[in-house]
Design a protein around this ligand. Structure first.
Ligand SMILES: Nc1nc2c(c(=O)[nH]1)N[C@H]1C(S)=C(S)[C@@H](COP(=O)(O)OP(=O)(O)OC[C@H]3O[C@@H](n4cnc5c(N)ncnc54)[C@H](O)[C@@H]3O)O[C@H]1N2
Ligand code: MOO
Ligand SMILES: [Mg+2]
Length: 616
């Protein structure tokens, strides 16, 4: 993010009479428009090499991101800005001045007479511009597209660099300007203009809007099919088992022979095709899963037999005694016992799980047609956020936990997502990041910037810059009150945007209650979470808003209902309260007559996580 910029007018005459300076103010206006958030310093200094060097150094030591000079780049003996700049920079950036020269030459041959320099000192980029208003106007236009990226690269702001790379990749080379005016902070609304919806209303809106999603199909391999929704009913093209198969290791017999001694004709292990048919008084040694020979109608397990005679070397059984008269079909799986020919294996609309994948593999299906999951993009917003990978925290900064958490949460529920980085709390940055995200995805999930602060810009940016329709901007729920759901048309397609509150728990709960629900609806599934009747393990003080409390479930070990135990302090910033949560308890809003629920109260629990009861 560009935090501070200096515009230095270098001119003897302007130094004597400020009113003569037209190029400095023009340049300052361009900078304000490109970096509305940045602190802007403007000064006028004479054409003195020492003074220019001193001021450049001073601004570099003050950690400015960018210094633009205007004036002193020509051929007169007093023109020394390039010399002063060269004297203090650590690295030259000749391509910037080459680009300015090439473009300017298209307008005037006078461009040949500029000696501008561009370079880097420490973490500051310095660019010399000529001294006329016309020239700075033209030159600024030339360098404008690369300035945010150049500054981010110098500052090692990886998330910013990523956003800019993404927006370039998806055809948004120039940062889009936002039409959101952030200058009049005193006039910001003191009450939220968004009506507070009840949860049931918000859910209905999500279901209705997402219900309009146009189904898309794709063919995937079985391996890729886990968790996907099947688009065609698939039937068995062959019976399972395809032959009468033994269920036991023993002897295939004729049941009509009853108990008694049998002559052992042959041995069949799994995979052997039987060759000889059985006659009365005969049997065949057989293994589990092997095909019964013709004539046999039952299997007697080896435990229910006795050896009568064998070859001298003990290698071959000659006769065995069947100790108990077998029943017809005993320990035999007839053809199609597990899956009859033509049986439905998976129905259209079913979600593929491990067992279904096994069934389809067993039935010879290698690829299947499934419903395409919407493409989901994840974007964090906030000036205070750093990448989790950054080793050192800057002052007043925190690491972004939401993106990693939401990516994993979506994956837990079968949805992959595209990481769109961190956007800064500036309208222009948000426009660039949101544009880049929407270019890649159907559904954008962003976090932060939806409440009442002057840096909470998501809603105005969505409305003003993307023409978005806000379906809701506040919901009576805890956590997640400022949850926002919008749609907009972008590059000819409808995009669905969930702007979730930045508090990590709010983002977690709202992702489950709105985003996963929406994605389920898109793929033809039931959106709502299944609910379990539970009893509170302890008393709970109720919040005025209906609350979705993170809890774990315990089985009491008798016929009683499961009990629900809250996972510690439920404040919206404490993500530890969601660690290991298998359910969201639906706690009602407090009323005067019921401010708290005593232990043992009946509460419904939405099963949003894995009910891991094994540890109990
Ligand atoms: N005057 C009012 N202030 C607030 C209200 C209100 O109604 N009136 N609502 C509160 C509620 S409820 C919530 S929830 C939060 C929502 O805030 P925002 O969505 O605007 O989010 P931010 O202000 O950007 O951040 C809030 C909080 O979360 C931290 N955060 C943000 N992103 C991340 C991330 N990716 N990883 C980790 N932590 C993150 C951020 O640093 C803040 O601490 O507003 C209340 N305020
Ligand atoms: O809705 Mo906010 O999530 O209470 O903290
Ligand atoms: Mg906020």
């Amino acid at each position: 993010m560009v935090k501070a910029v200096a515009v230095i007018t270098v001119s003897d005459s302007c130094f004597k009479d400020n009113s003569k300076d037209t190029s400095g103010p023009a340049l300052a206006e361009f900078v304000k428009k490109l970096f509305p958030e940045a602190n802007l310093h403007t000064i006028i200094i004479p054409d003195e090499k020492e003074i220019i060097e001193r001021e450049l150094k001073y601004f570099c030591e003050s950690n400015l991101d960018l210094i633009l000079t205007t004036g002193g780049t020509g051929f007169s003996s007093r023109d020394v800005t390039p010399e002063a700049t060269k004297a203090i920079i650590h690295k030259e950036v000749p391509a910037i001045t080459v680009a300015i020269t090439i473009e300017s030459l298209k307008k005037t041959p006078m461009a040949m007479l500029s000696r501008s320099v561009a370079g880097i000192r420490d973490k500051t980029l310095i660019i010399n511009f000529p001294g006329s208003k016309k020239a700075v106007t033209e030159c600024f236009e030339i360098v404008k597209p690369v300035l945010p990226h150049a500054v981010a690269l110098i500052a090692d702001e990886m998330s910013e660099v990523r956003t800019i790379h993404d927006s370039m990749q998806f055809g948004h080379v120039c940062p889009h300007y936002s039409s959101v005016d952030v200058s009049k902070v005193a006039l910001r609304p003191r009450e939220s203009p968004y009506p507070m919806l009840e949860m049931a209303e918000a859910w209905k809106i999500v279901d209705d809007v997402m219900g309009k999603w146009t189904e898309r199909l794709e063919i995937v391999t079985l391996d890729e099919g886990l968790g996907k929704v099947v688009a065609q009913t698939l039937c068995a093209k062959e019976p399972m088992p395809p032959f009468p198969a033994s269920v036991k290791d023993g002897y295939a017999c004729l049941s009509s022979d009853g108990a008694g001694v049998r002559h052992v004709r042959a041995a069949i292990t799994a995979g052997d095709a039987p060759t000889v048919p059985l006659s009365m008084g005969e049997c065949v040694r057989i293994n589990t899963g092997a095909a019964l020979p013709a004539g046999a109608d039952c299997v007697v397990q080896v435990e229910d037999t006795k050896l009568v005679s064998a070859t001298e070397d003990g290698q071959t059984e000659l006769q065995v005694e069947i100790l108990k008269a077998p029943q017809p079909e005993q320990d035999v799986r007839p053809v199609g016992f597990d899956i009859p020919m033509g049986a439905t294996l998976v129905d259209k609309g079913e979600t593929l799980d491990a067992a279904k994948i096994g069934v389809l593999a067993g039935a010879g299906y290698q690829s299947i047609t499934v419903r395409v999951n919407p493409k989901v993009a994840l974007l964090s917003t906030g000036n205070e956020l750093q990448e989790p990978s950054e080793t050192k925290l800057r002052p007043a900064h925190i690491r972004d936990s939401n993106r990693a958490m939401l990516k994993a949460l979506l994956r837990e529920h079968g949805y992959e997502s595209i990481d769109c980085g961190i956007a800064r709390d500036s309208p222009t940055q948000l426009v660039a990041s949101i544009s880049a995200a929407l270019a890649q995805a159907d559904v954008l999930v962003c976090t932060g910037g939806v409440s009442m602060g002057e840096k909470d810009l998501l809603k105005p940016v969505l409305i003003n810059d993307f023409g978005a329709k806000l379906h809701f901007g506040r919901v009576r729920m805890k956590p997640g009150k400022p949850s926002t759901f919008a749609t907009c048309e972008f590059e000819g397609r409808t995009k669905f945007i969930f702007a979730l509150p930045g508090n990590p728990v709010s983002a977690y709960v709202c992702c489950l209650l709105f985003v996963v629900r929406a994605l389920r609806v898109c793929t033809g599934r039931r959106g709502a979470w299944p609910a379990l009747r539970t009893r509170l393990a302890h008393a709970v003080t109720l919040d005025p808003r209906p609350e979705y409390a993170r809890a774990e479930i315990r089985l009491p070990g008798n016929d009683e209902l499961p009990t629900a135990q809250l996972l510690g302090n439920q404040c919206s910033s404490r993500l530890m309260s969601a660690c290991g949560a298998s359910v969201l308890l639906e706690l009602p809003g407090a009323t005067e007559s019921v401010p708290r629920l005593p232990a043992g109260s009946l509460v419904s629990a939405l099963i949003t996580g894995r009910l891991d009861l094994s540890a109990q």
